[in-house]
Design a binder for this molecule. Structure first.
Ligand code: SF4
Ligand code: SF4
Length: 122
């Protein structure tokens, strides 16, 4: 992952992405969420709503800053989380190899193909 941080493959692989977030929603290891407050009568409840790091607003912060404004940056971040950050922090890959994200992706982005390209430095 580190070796290919600046690779052109991220832009190439993200070209067909339609930013639907299906790859995150269907993944058994994706766990990111958004905190929401909801008012109902006199009560206010706080709840967690599933979120997707592939969506543009996921990383948006106050003042409209966004560390990952482009789709290929978010695709790269998704892979970094699963195959770089998670192993460093937890000692495991954040991927079970189930293939659900391949089935769900309307752009046919195939995690196996991306990983193979990374290994081969393509
Ligand atoms: S193959 Fe990996 S990234 Fe894709 S849905 Fe399964 S666990 Fe998630
Ligand atoms: S499922 Fe495919 S098209 Fe949808 S956000 Fe994920 S990579 Fe992009």
């Amino acid at each position: 992952m580190e070796r290919n941080h600046d690779s052109k493959l991220w832009e190439e692989e993200a070209r067909g992405c339609v930013e639907c977030g299906a790859c995150n929603m269907i993944c058994p290891t994706c766990h990111c969420f958004l905190l929401m407050d909801q008012k109902s009568g006199d009560e206010v409840s706080r709840f967690r709503q599933w979120d997707s790091c592939m969506l543009r607003n996921f990383g948006r912060v106050a003042g409209e800053g966004n560390p990952r404004p482009l789709l290929w940056m978010r695709l790269r971040n998704r892979f970094e989380k699963k195959f770089d950050f998670f192993p460093k922090v937890a000692g495991i890959y954040a991927c079970t190899g189930c293939g659900r994200c391949i089935s769900a992706c309307p752009a046919k982005i195939d995690i196996r193909k991306v990983l193979t390209r990374l290994v081969r430095n393509e």
